[in-house]
Design a protein around this ligand. Structure first.
Ligand code: NAD
Length: 239
């Protein structure tokens, strides 16, 4: 049974130098979100959107995971059957940290997908222009593998299933503007929230523990809580 579910957002990668959307110097301030992150924006100006994601992808090349990513990778190694890692992030810092499996709800920047046949290709930090032809169907219809506003997110179904099996939910670095993390907290027996500050979109009373700190500072307390939770669960099973 999956017992601990980590659900993360842009805030966990902020200290690795990847900007969030909503913080002070966030990406929101430089870009019109509906132009570069929505299905309509993509239909209106395909090149602008592909360039935006090329920039985001190139920006990842020299970024390294921080202690919070590492904490999840370590716990996955320690408790391989009990930790599920689900993220809204499109960066590759969990993979760089050595996480065994990460479910990316909104896609991955280092991959592109053919709009015609659905083929998914990893391109690392390259610009999409170097890979514009689909290796499978040969059509020139490759696009970023990122879910934009107005598009379906197929992995939301996986998240719903995982929540049903969750005993402890740990939410880190999300404003809750995209996903109703407080509703999720209400669905599980125990839930932890770590953000820098309160968010208008999150009812913090739904969480059993709220930590307003940088993720790299909070992660030690979080790791300790998860370890003692899982050890207690283990003892219950053995009795
Ligand atoms: P958001 O930008 O809306 O909110 C960021 C949250 O992280 C805030 O609540 C803030 O308090 C918190 N935060 C900031 N720095 C933190 C730190 N050091 N430690 C702990 N918490 C910190 O992010 P969101 O809720 O993930 O929604 C934005 C959407 O944009 C997501 O769907 C995601 O796909 C996408 N996005 C992804 C990345 C990425 O892949 N790294 C970056 C920007 C945006």
């Amino acid at each position: 049974m999956k017992k601990v579910l980590f659900l993360t957002g842009a805030g966990i990668s902020a200290e690795s130098g990847i900007r969030t959307f909503r913080d002070g110097n966030g990406l929101w301030h430089e870009h019109n979100i509906m132009e570069v992150c929505s299905d309509i924006g993509f239909m209106t100006n395909r090149t602008k959107v592909l360039n935006f994601y090329d920039d985001r992808r190139a920006d990842l090349a020299d970024k390294i995971p921080n202690a919070a990513h590492q904490m999840i990778a370590d716990l996955q190694r320690e408790f391989p059957k009990s930790i599920v890692n689900i993220t809204q992030n499109v960066d590759d810092l969990f993979e760089k940290a050595g996480c065994k499996k990460t479910i990316h709800l909104h896609g991955e920047l280092t991959k592109i997908q053919c709009e015609s046949c659905g083929y998914i290709k990893s391109i690392g930090y390259d610009a999409i222009g170097d890979h514009s032809i689909c290796p499978f169907c040969k059509k020139e219809e490759m696009r970023h593998f990122v879910v934009m506003f107005g598009e379906q997110a197929p992995e939301y179904e996986t998240l719903a299933q995982m929540l049903e099996e969750t005993k402890l939910l740990v939410v880190i670095g999300t404003s809750g503007e995209v996903l109703p993390v407080d509703d999720f907290a209400g669905e599980v027996p125990y839930a932890i929230l770590n953000n820098l500050e309160p968010s208008d979109a999150i009812e913090e009373e739904c969480f059993s523990l709220v930590i307003h700190k940088k993720a790299t500072e909070a992660c030690h307390e979080i790791a300790q809580t998860v370890r003692s939770f899982l050890q207690t669960e283990q003892t219950k099973v053995e009795q």
